[in-house]
Design a binder for this molecule. Sequence first.
Ligand code: 2M8
Length: 409
Amino acid sequence: MTHLNETARDILRKNDRGGYTVPTDGLYPYQWNWDSVFAAWGFATFDNDRAWTEVETLFSGQWDDGMVPHIIFHQSDPGYFPGPDVWGTNKTPQTSGISQPPVAATMVRKIYEMDPEAGRARLAALYPRMVAWHRWWHDVRCAPGPACITHPWESGRDNCPDWDVGMANVDGSNVGPYQRRDTGHVDASMRPGKEDYDRYIAILQFGKACGWNHAEIMANGPFLMADPGITFILLRAHRDLIALGQELGEDVSEITGWADALEAAVPSIWNPDLGAYDARDIRTGTWANNLSSAAYLFLYAGIENPDMDAQMQRTWDAVTYGIPSSDPEAAHFDPRRYWRGPMWPVVNSLIALGLKDSGRDADEARLRRETATLIEKSGFYEYFDPVDGTPCGGSNFTWTAAIWLTWAG
Ligand code: 2M8
């Protein structure tokens, strides 16, 4: 629909703060890592130069050890908590102390392939930075095998039931007073609860107290879980980075080694009792026992698994719109509370890439149709109730506009 294309482009332009795009006005006033690369993908449909700038600005926040943080605080904004002072990472520009799903190499490959001539020099400049980030993931977060997260925010799927078993071991009772800002922008019943927030802050305070020492956080931090989402996203991203390196004539053997090691670790996130890929507490070995939409990124990572095909059809058929963030037939399913059940167009767009690449064209078309219906009916919301289609969270959302331009529209 042409008028929605124009609205989507307008959302990207209005959320542009000069070289970077905020996820939505008010609720999220900074540059978020994976939101930003989706924004770049969206920009690439009408302004390739601006797309590259988005990713370059994101990498301006890269740490010396290679990590690309989950938020870059280009300018202070009291509308969001926790801001740069709370994180206390002492970086320039100011950043948070954790990372986020590494979708960047995959999106950079898409942007590059949309106009290789214009992008070649910019790709060559970004490439070593992306390699350094992937090396960080391999050396630090993948040390146990699969990709692990040290904070639910690192997964991008904040309060998903995937993290309940790990969060149960975090003591949030001593974090002191603080003022949330998110519930002032959107309906509190659609956001994580207070107990979750107390624990989010407790994990943050551990990182700050040890000077954001990753070795210490991995060894003794209050939360460490294997994440099927990042495992599949990183595996795909390694392969896309290999393709980009080959395009530039680089030696990609180191990255190939990381991809092989990660692929070899995939069976370690298979929960035989659940019959699915699952999150797992690394400290205790406990499974999350939850089927989240992240598990359905197996195809996106180039992995075939008939049991997962069946699980995906079951959870998909149990709702009306798209693939929900958490199993609709599980007791903890909550269709409007953030990552505990709602349908996220952005994750569905990644699942769709996997469906397409693996030749499941009819399923890909169905997912696109259901996602487009939600947006056509209600607009570019952050997420939706997958049962009745109620729009939830922030409106005029950057990544929803971006995936409309690149896929759903
Ligand atoms: C949400 O996460 C932030 C913390 O990073 C928050 O709730 O304050 C998640 O949906 C995350 O995936 C997303 O990147 C971010 C901005 O859209 O919001």
